[in-house]
Ligand binder design. Structure first.
Ligand SMILES: [Zn+2]
Length: 147
């Protein structure tokens, strides 16, 4: 039987997927939500920094180096708020990269629930090394496994 936490995790991850639709990136759309004490305290999707044109790819359809990942946008948004991510859970529609994994660790986030595996797993491994709980969840088939 599914636990209450598992149901919540699934719903937040589905919300993160909907949030990813905000991304104007063409190659890939990723969404992230930071949840603390059952409140969404931040959100993000991949995109260029504030003030830059809303185009993620260059003329060769390569993602620009200054595009921020969804996790980075969600965490840095908190840096401008009165809230903080200490002890929070982050829901990400895709497996976090190693750069975002570093930010997640330093932001005090204790759980990561993500929805899409990637061939590189160094981000996931780093999170685990730091004692962050990492959960992969396949929202479509509503099954999950603890990694
Ligand atoms: Zn990343």
């Amino acid at each position: 039987m599914e636990s209450k936490q598992q149901k919540l995790d699934e719903r937040y991850l589905r919300m993160a997927r909907i949030w990813a639709e905000n991304s104007y990136c063409v190659r890939r759309q990723v969404g992230a939500l930071v949840v603390k004490d059952k409140m969404i305290i931040s959100d993000g999707y991949n995109g260029t920094p504030s003030g830059f044109e809303n185009v993620c790819e260059d003329d060769n359809n390569v993602t620009k180096p200054y595009v921020l990942h969804a996790e980075a946008n969600a965490i840095t948004k908190l840096a401008r708020s009165n809230n903080n991510s200490d002890g929070a859970t982050i829901y990400i529609t895709a497996s976090p990269c190693i750069e975002c994994a570093k930010l997640i660790i330093q932001a005090g986030i204790k759980r990561v629930v993500y929805g899409e595996k990637y061939r590189l797993t160094d981000g996931i491994e780093l999170l685990r090394r730091a004692g962050v709980e990492v959960i992969y969840m396949d929202v479509d088939e509503e099954k999950s496994e603890k990694l």
